[in-house]
Design a protein around this ligand. Structure first.
Ligand code: 5AD
Ligand code: FES
Length: 353
């Protein structure tokens, strides 16, 4: 057996590795090692979730952002973006349409938009909570204070997505302007967990300046945080950002990391992301077959979709919600899975019986 395979088996037994072992795994794998990892990851996902894929309806409700992350298409300095905000009524219409299509989780995602104060967000979360008592509400609003996170949790939010982006402080500094820090990002994540949110973190694969050492740190950080969800997708350049000319992350490396995450955290909720579907026509299917168990189609009104372009060539910007749902359920059925109609909450690991 190769050393790579021996380390994958060790990861499966012990659910953690030393920094040096992670680095070895990230630097040394051929396509057979990858296949070995994917079949193990798939087996684990099947054991935890059967052939059911959880869906979350994504509502991109504002593309205003006060931040200026170097990789992101809706960064403050991108003057070519036509900025929009959905009203509470429009957000509710998205939920209504989504509910009818079988979504039982709504993800409200936006840039860091100061317009959406705690009062406004409490109001929005409150009406969704009341109108859709059997649905989970996930927020993805970036960095806020402990108090703000607490108030939104009290208002009825269940989950929060905030990728740590990179666990390495100096790499974080290459991706973000100085007013943002890895330290504060991590603090937000621990706050969210403490408050009681099902918490999601994650990073971009192949971000400029990312090394195997950085990725090893990401995996160690994720092990330490022990989140309920992990979102990863390839970095994809956006033409109006400082990273316009950087190379995109690869399909192979993203799939490999999905597999490693599934083996490390058997019951984690792990989406096959839109970015993965953007760099490869079958990216999301391949993501599921590498261990992912969630898809997050878009519920935003079609007229704003093109304006929420974090990276170039983002898929599904022209389709109605119903079309995306249809398309995805067909794609999942074609590989032997089905879309689940339920909240798809995090559950502790089912142990081998
Ligand atoms: N390529 C891929 N993913 C990106 N994100 C932002 N910009 C890009 C890009 N150019 C990801 C970030 C962020 C999430 C909402 O989208 O990781 O946390
Ligand atoms: Fe949107 Fe296929 S998932 S069109």
């Amino acid at each position: 057996m190769t050393k790579t395979r021996a380390l994958i088996e060790k990861l499966n037994r012990e659910k953690q590795l030393e920094q040096e072992e992670w680095i070895f795994l990230l630097k040394n794998s051929d396509s057979e090692d990858a296949e070995f990892l994917f079949s193990l990851a798939r087996k684990i996902a099947k054991q935890q979730f059967g052939n059911r894929i959880y869906t979350r309806g994504l509502i991109e409700f504002t593309n205003y952002c006060r931040n200026n992350c170097f990789y992101c298409g809706i960064r403050r300095d991108n003057r070519t973006v036509c900025r929009y905000r959905l009203t509470k009524e429009e957000i509710l219409e998205c939920c209504q349409a989504g509910y009818q299509l079988g979504f039982r989780t709504f993800v409200l995602q936006g840039g860091e938009d100061p317009f959406f104060t705690d009062e406004k967000m409490e109001e929005i979360v409150g009406v969704i909570r009341k109108g859709f008592p059997d649905c989970a509400i996930t927020l993805s609003l970036g960095e806020r204070s402990y108090e703000s996170y607490r108030r939104l949790y009290e208002a009825g939010a269940d989950r929060y997505l905030l990728r740590h982006e990179t666990a390495d402080a100096s790499h974080y500094g290459m991706l973000h302007p100085p007013e943002l820090s890895a330290e504060n990002r991590k603090k937000c994540l621990f706050d969210l967990k403490e408050i009681g949110y099902q918490t999601g973190t994650g990073f971009m694969v192949g971000a400029p300046g990312q090394t195997p050492e950085c990725l090893a740190e990401d995996l160690q950080f994720i092990r330490q945080l022990n989140p309920q969800m992990v979102g990863i997708g390839p970095f994809v350049p956006h033409h109006e950002t400082p990273f316009a000319r950087e190379k995109a992350g690869t399909l192979e490396q993203t799939l490999y990391l999905l597999g490693l995450l599934r083996v490390m955290l058997p019951s984690v909720l792990l989406p096959a992301t839109t970015a993965l579907g953007t760099i490869d026509k079958k990216g999301r299917e391949k993501g599921i077959l590498a261990g992912a168990n969630v898809v997050m189609p878009n519920l935003s009104p079609v007229r704003v979709r093109k304006q929420y372009e974090l990276y170039d060539n983002k898929i599904c910007t022209g389709e109605e919600a119903a079309e995306c749902r249809q398309c995805l359920s067909g794609r999942m059925e074609a590989i032997g899975y089905e879309l689940a109609v339920d909240r798809g909450d995090y559950k502790e690991e089912k142990k081998n019986v």
